[in-house]
Design a binder for this molecule. Structure first.
Ligand code: ATP
Ligand code: MG
Length: 432
């Protein structure tokens, strides 16, 4: 017998705290479609305290789906599939899962009427034979209502309370069904624990050095910490998996504060709001707050720093402009860099970067000048100035600061790192 969403399935599903996700489709394996369904489902499940223990992707293949579902069910007893529910011959989720549970497929009259009705309204005429396949359900299955498409989801459960929920592959339908039907149902059986994270952003300190500082913390952190490096810095993500909502929030707050104390100036976003702050936006705020205007002088970054700053809405009250001083002649003729210093020290040097920062201020009359000159590669490096050698400088109303950086990565990464480091230097150089 087929049941609808209103009636309870046989036996309540046991408490679910671990689940496996199986996404189905040749297009996922081929890389033509990025598997956004699994990522979405994982985030929504984390919200209600359910841990995704494993993700698997299989093709549109009956045996492949059957094998994957059986193995996942043996491990966790709780499986979510996406895709392969449609009417076409490559849609094999229902027959595959029916086999795992040892059930037959049978025609669901009510579902058939619903599909015929829908078809008549949208396209007119009789329902094509292939679409009848959508009306077949495994014996004992429960339909999960689909408010966003024609194919209903399917919930199948055995006497031991082990279950598989089959959702459609179309992302909009999958999300709708997850949010409208499945999450409320799972929440009712969950333990009330939440999986909650907080992300702190750092820049200027390598991952390994951050790890050393964290290791030295006394007492140690109570929550696991993930290191997420990118060209702009290392994000640190604290995650609580075991606690109820308000306890998780309190512990994340306390642990974030301890990390901020231990890592100090390396942290530019403590995660209290989004944990997604852009350092350029923070620099603009800091300048605005102090009534300071800013200008840039860029060599190897070719305008990247200016672009980062002006990408922020409202930047015009702080940013006056800048000079892309790529050629030496522009450094000397426009920015007023001392020709003798340039010939003596080279274009990538402290004297030149300080001259550029001062020049940016002079030509724009800004309060703050920030300058970058370096070797982004892949060519142009020498023994004492290898690729990745970058000088950055700030000139804040005549008070200067400069740093030599030895950056790693390809040309793009070096340019991104240089711009980010320059922003960090501005932030550190502003008066308190
Ligand atoms: P339909 O009734 O449309 O056939 P279905 O449940 O059979 O639905 P699929 O055929 O597997 O779903 O996929 C339908 C669409 O959704 C395709 O365009 C596919 O690329 C996309 N899709 C499938 N799985 C995913 C996924 N995991 N992440 C993102 N998109 C997906
Ligand atoms: Mg399909």
């Amino acid at each position: 017998m087929t049941r609808d969403s209103n009636s309870r399935p046989q036996g309540d599903p046991r408490t679910t705290d671990r689940i496996e996700i199986i996404t189905i489709g040749d297009e996922l394996l081929l890389g033509f479609t990025v598997d956004t369904n699994a990522a979405y489902a994982a985030r929504r499940l984390a919200d209600i305290g359910i841990v995704v223990a494993r993700r698997t992707t299989v093709g549109d293949d009956l045996t492949g789906i059957e094998t994957a579902v059986r193995a996942a069910l043996d491990r966790t007893g709780a499986v979510l599939t996406s895709g392969g529910l449609g009417p076409t011959s490559d849609d094999m989720s229902k027959p595959a899962v029916a086999r795992v549970f040892g059930r037959e497929l049978q025609l669901d009259e009510e579902q058939l009427r619903r599909i015929e009705e829908r078809w008549r309204k949208r396209f007119g005429g009789p329902l094509p034979a292939t679409n009848r396949a959508q009306a077949f359900m495994p014996v004992g299955a429960e339909k999960l209502q689909n408010n966003h498409g024609s194919a209903p989801g399917v919930w199948l459960q055995d006497d031991a309370g082990r279950w598989v929920a089959m959702l459609p592959g179309v992302p909009r339908e999958m999300r709708g069904m997850l949010d409208d039907t499945l999450i409320p149902r799972l929440r009712a059986t969950s333990t009330g624990r939440v999986v909650r994270s907080r992300t702190l952003r750092t820049t200027g300190v390598p991952e390994s050095a951050l790890a050393e500082l964290v290791r030295a913390m006394q007492p140690g952190l109570e929550l696991p910490l993930a290191y997420l490096p990118s060209a702009e810095g290392v994000d640190l993500r604290l995650t609580s998996r075991e606690l109820q909502s308000h306890q998780a929030d309190a512990l994340l707050e306390a642990q974030a504060r301890r990390l901020t104390d231990a890592l100090g100036a390396a942290i530019y976003d403590d995660g209290a709001n989004s944990g997604q702050s852009d350092l350029a936006a923070l620099v603009l705020d800091a300048c605005r707050h102090r009534g300071l205007t800013l200008a840039v002088a860029e060599s190897c970054t070719g305008g990247l720093l200016g672009a980062r700053l002006t990408a922020i809405p409202g930047s015009s009250d702080v940013v006056l402009g800048g000079v892309i001083a790529y050629a030496n002649a522009v450094k000397t003729d426009v920015l007023g860099v001392d020709l003798a210093a340039l010939e003596r020290d080279g274009a990538v040097s402290e004297s030149v970067v300080l001259g550029m920062a001062a020049g940016a201020r002079r030509v724009t009359r800004a309060d703050v000048g920030v300058a970058i000159t370096g070797i982004a590669g892949p060519t142009g490096g020498t023994a004492d100035k290898p690729v990745g050698t970058v000088w950055i400088a700030t000139d804040v109303q005549g008070r200067t600061a400069s740093r030599r950086l030895n950056l790693i990565g390809d040309r793009d990464e070096i340019r991104v790192r240089a711009a980010q480091s320059a922003l960090a230097l501005v932030r550190a150089s502003l008066p308190g």
